[in-house]
Design a protein around this ligand. Structure first.
Ligand SMILES: Cc1cc2nc3c(=O)[nH]c(=O)nc-3n(C[C@H](O)[C@H](O)[C@H](O)COP(=O)(O)OP(=O)(O)OC[C@H]3O[C@@H](n4cnc5c(N)ncnc54)[C@H](O)[C@@H]3O)c2cc1C
Length: 474
């Protein structure tokens, strides 16, 4: 049994088995709740001081086919706001900075797995307005190193049941993710990854160019510069609706009584005797016993406020979408040699991801030449793109570590924890990261998923090197 499989059984708990038993009774809310509670108990989360929060169960009752019918009959006047907008209290047990997917998932699993609900999530803008709402939503777990495969596979497994767990449709679509091998070097690298994944319990295979063409009829496999030599294929990888992931977690957290406070920028971190005691915000000082910093591209700035430095660089990463067209592509394709990746959204737009800027910056736009470069590269492999108009382009600030692996760690400031460094590929990790971070914050020590990702690895030279394995790490 590989670490990912072991992690899944220990921490996520035979999700697939319970999924099939739940599938037979889908539609019966009670069954979904039963499945969720069994997962929590199996996970070991039951071994905590406080019982898992039950009010999340109440939240899950609200959206159903019956509710839609009832609201249709009364002109949809009865829907409540999905989450509350409370005034901040003076003091919380735990403050989380950043209402992106990772911050919200951390809050959710603090309540769900540890029964801790005296939690505030502080967001300087609107929730999900950072990278979580700007990414191209690729979900996969075909990483090379064991600790990465374990946490990304845990996350992927949680995505499988997320809509039911949160009673919120996150549109998880396991349509399959394909990483094209377009050089001999890349082909050998992916073969190695397939072997590593087999040991880790992650289901992937290396497929032939003919199979690639079968799955993606619009591809030109002979290619003018780089013929397709095969692909690394993960059939249960895919996409999800990014906003919905943030909204689903926010709604469940709010239902558990947690405070999600938007337009509340943290401007300083307060400590007493080497221990965190609160934060300064644009809405005044807020006290806390524990602090979790989960701010992606702004991590360096928050670390500076807390008095330590991070081995992280912030750069802009961008994406673009075409005009909507009829369905032409029902898998996700990543072409790392020419550097571009593509999928088709439910609206019909081709969602295209490009590269990072070659210099550190905090812009949420990205440089124009990347758009040109990305489209030019993809046209070689997907000639139909040349006929499409591009409609929108945007950027996010991603937080890159030297080994391209995340940091889930204690910090030199007692009671202060940090989760960052997901760089260009953290959307897929949101549930696994939240699960691991909640365990770290609640217990004060990392569990098996988070332990390899501590800050000390940079001092000890114990890197989890995904930079070579993941040429484009989305
Ligand atoms: C263009 C693009 C494409 C991508 N594609 C993929 C992909 O296909 N697959 C994938 O897995 N990943 C992808 N990613 C990466 C992924 O989006 C991120 O790794 C992930 O969303 C990070 O989530 P987060 O919650 O850590 O950060 P964010 O969503 O950025 O949330 C952090 C929040 O902290 C807030 N904040 C910052 N400073 C403060 C402060 N001082 N006070 C209060 N709040 C503060 C910010 O406003 C922000 O809302 C992509 C990223 C981009 C930009």
């Amino acid at each position: 049994m590989g670490p990912a499989e072991e992690g899944r059984q220990k921490a996520g708990g035979n999700v697939a088995n319970f999924r099939s038993s739940a599938a037979s009774s889908l539609g019966k809310r009670g069954a979904a709740l039963h499945v969720s509670s069994v997962i929590v108990i199996l996970s070991g989360a039951a071994r905590v001081s406080r019982p898992p929060c039950r009010s999340v169960v109440e939240a899950m009752k609200r959206y159903s086919a019956l509710a839609i019918a009832r609201e249709a009959a009364r002109y949809h006047r009865g829907w409540e706001r999905a989450w509350a907008s409370p005034e901040p209290k003076g003091d919380y047990e735990i403050v989380i900075v950043g209402a992106g997917g990772h911050g919200l998932a951390t809050a959710y699993y603090l309540g769900r797995n540890f029964g801790i609900t005296d939690v505030a999530v502080l967001e300087k803008g609107w929730l999900g307005g950072g990278n979580t709402g700007r990414n191209t939503t690729i979900i996969r777990s075909n990483y090379l190193q064991d600790p990465s495969a374990a946490i990304y596979e845990k996350a992927r497994a949680l995505y499988e049941t997320m809509s039911r767990d949160l009673n919120f449709n996150v549109m998880f679509s396991p349509r399959g993710v394909m990483m094209l091998a377009q050089t001999e070097h890349e082909r050998r690298g992916y073969l190695r990854t397939v072997h590593a994944n087999a040991l880790q319990g992650v289901k992937t295979e290396f497929i032939t160019p003919e199979r690639v063409k079968e799955l993606v009829p619009i591809i030109r496999i002979e290619g003018p510069r780089y013929p397709v030599l095969g692909a690394l294929w993960q059939p249960r990888g895919g996409t999800a609706r990014h906003d919905a992931v943030a909204w689903g977690y926010a709604r469940a957290c709010s239902a558990m009584g947690m405070h999600i406070i938007q337009n509340c920028e943290v401007t300083g971190i307060v400590s007493e005797g080497g221990r965190v005691s609160g934060v300064e915000t644009v809405r005044g000082r807020i006290g806390c016993r524990k602090l979790a910093i989960v701010v992606a591209g702004h991590s360096g700035r928050l670390a500076e406020m807390a008095g330590f430095r991070l081995p992280i660089e912030s750069v802009a990463l961008q994406a673009l979408v075409s005009e909507p067209v009829r369905p032409v592509l029902d898998v996700v394709v990543m072409a790392n040699t020419v550097h571009g990746y593509i999928s088709q959204s439910d609206k019909g737009e081709l969602v295209i991801g490009g590269g990072t800027d070659g210099f550190n910056n905090y812009t949420q736009r990205g440089s124009f030449h990347h758009v040109e470069e990305t489209v030019r590269a993809l046209v070689e492999t997907f000639p139909i793109i040349s006929r499409l108009r591009m409609m929108r382009q945007w950027g996010g600030i991603v937080d890159m570590t030297g080994d391209r692996s995340p940091i889930i760690s204690k910090t030199p400031l007692e009671g202060c924890f940090i989760n960052c460094g997901w760089g260009t590929g953290g959307f897929k990790a949101i549930p696994g990261s939240g699960w691991a971070m909640a365990e770290l914050v609640a217990r004060g020590t990392p569990g098996p998923l988070a332990a390899p990702f501590g800050l000390e690895r940079f001092r000890e030279g114990r890197f989890i090197d995904e930079s070579v394995a993941a040429g484009v790490a989305h």
